[in-house]
Design a protein around this ligand. Structure first.
Ligand code: AMP
Ligand code: ZN
Length: 104
C-alpha cells in the first residue's frame, strides 16, 4: 500500500489542494500550527531529506521556488520553511514535505 501523501497525490484520499503541477502538489495541513500552514510535497516518493539524491537537486529547489511564489501570492509578511527529518526530528509521514508556516 502506498503512503498517505502518495494516496493524496493520486487523489485516492481527499485533501485541500492549493497548487499542483507535474512534479509538486501543495496542500493545506489538516492540523494547522499557524494561520497559514501548507505542505509542499514532491510527487516523487522520497522518504526524507536523508534520502534526497543529487538527481533530486532541481526538484528540491522547486519546493523553495513554489514556497516563494505562494508567499508572494498570499502577501505573507514573513514565513517559516521546515523539513522534519526522521522520527527524532519530528517527522511522522515518511514522504518528503516542506512545511510553510505563516501568521500573515
Ligand atoms: P511531519 O511531522 O513533518 O511528518 O508532518 C506531517 C504533517 O502532515 C503534520 O503537520 C500533519 O498535521 C499533516 N497531515 C497528516 N495527515 C494529513 C492529511 N490527510 N492531510 C493534510 N495534512 C496531513
Ligand atoms: Zn509517498
Amino acid at each position: 500500500m502506498s503512503c498517505l501523501f502518495c494516496q493524496i497525490i493520486n487523489k485516492e484520499k481527499p485533501s485541500e489542494i492549493v497548487f499542483e503541477n507535474e512534479k509538486v502538489i501543495v496542500i493545506k495541513d489538516i492540523n494547522p500550527k499557524a494561520l497559514v500552514h501548507l505542505l509542499i510535497i514532491p510527487k516523487k516518493h522520497i522518504v526524507s531529506v536523508n534520502e534526497v539524491e543529487p538527481e533530486d537537486r532541481e526538484l528540491v529547489g522547486d519546493l523553495i521556488l513554489i514556497a516563494q511564489k505562494i508567499a508572494e501570492e498570499k502577501n505573507l509578511a514573513g514565513y517559516k520553511l521546515l523539513f522534519n527529518v526522521g522520527r527524532k526530528g519530528g517527522q511522522i509521514i515518511d514522504h518528503l514535505h516542506l512545511h510553510l508556516l505563516a501568521n500573515k
